[in-house]
Ligand binder design. Structure first.
Ligand code: FAD
Length: 255
């Protein structure tokens, strides 16, 4: 898939959590954006001294092929105190544009996968590739009857990005898709929206063993905080998964 350089115009934005924004752009050059769910784009800008820099953002768009002209190119941006791209995104108004390139990356579901189960593990905005993969997962459920476990690490219930959407998908596929939020700081209040039983209190890596990772049938995806990715990678290898069965995307700063 050819890498392209294109302008993105902001169409709308909303807060997903106190410090995470959902940004919906359209390509301002009227062209489609070919991508495979799980891939990311880069946003190019300059520091105050004029030095060029860029940051990477996973595509959150729920799609299973090219995003057509005028269709939304979605990303979720976590605001980092003092962050250069954070300042760019916080100051961006609807109608404003950013320079972007992409798509990049291989953190994707593979057509040749013959596994019985996907273990999808993410923290914070690291869950966005899985949002994008939902149509492909629905297809794999329909065609291959696969199981999917989504272990999503957030500090608090209000940081459960796209939680309603994942829960709705789980309700549509009750025998195949399990959504397990892990809250490191605070559990949902009894009776609140996220208080639906299948939640954990702690870090995602603490609960991997509960799902009995299985070298014979599993492929695991790890996305987000680099420490989480490393910890889960080691745990999964100890469970017998081969490196090729563990696909990783670390959200490191690309300054
Ligand atoms: C493949 C890939 C995909 C990515 N996808 C996303 C995505 O979908 N959404 C998203 O929000 N980010 C994503 N990131 C991270 C993103 O590219 C930026 O690194 C991040 O947004 C910080 O950029 P910034 O310019 O605001 O902060 P910077 O100016 O780069 O950093 C400012 C300060 O904050 C620290 N810092 C940087 N990142 C973090 C962090 N996450 N937590 C705490 N401190 C931090 C830095 O060390 C530095 O001290 C991705 C990274 C990669 C490599």
């Amino acid at each position: 898939m050819a890498i392209q350089h294109f302008p993105l115009k902001l169409v709308s934005r909303r807060m997903l959590a106190p410090s995470v924004g959902h940004y919906a752009f359209v390509r301002d050059d009227g062209q489609p954006l070919d991508f495979i769910p799980g891939q990311f784009i880069q946003v190019h800008f300059q520091y105050a001294d004029g030095t060029a820099t860029k940051r990477s953002y996973s595509l959150a768009t729920i799609h299973d092929h090219a995003i057509g002209p005028g269709e939304a190119v979605d990303i979720a941006v976590s605001y980092v105190p003092g962050g250069a791209a954070t300042a760019l995104f916080e100051g961006l108004e609807v109608g404003g544009t950013v320079d972007a390139s992409g798509p990049f990356g291989r953190f994707c579901l593979m057509p040749a996968d013959a596994n019985r189960r996907y273990l999808l593990i993410g923290t914070g905005t690291g869950v966005t590739p899985y949002r994008s993969m939902l149509p492909q997962l629905a297809q794999a459920i329909a065609e291959r009857g696969i199981q999917v476990v989504l272990l999503f690490g957030a500090r608090t219930p209000e940081e459960l990005l796209y939680g309603d959407e994942f829960r709705a998908f789980a309700a549509q596929h009750p025998d195949h898709f399990r959504f397990v939020p892990c809250f490191s700081r605070e559990l949902p209040a009894p009776g609140s929206a996220h208080d639906h039983g299948d939640v954990r209190h702690g870090y995602v890596q603490q609960f991997l063993g509960e799902f009995a990772p299985d070298a014979a049938g599993d492929i695991a995806y790890l996305c987000g905080n680099p420490n989480m990715v490393d910890a889960c990678f080691e745990s999964l290898k100890e469970c017998g998964l081969e490196v090729k069965q563990i696909r990783r995307e670390k959200y490191v700063s690309s300054k």
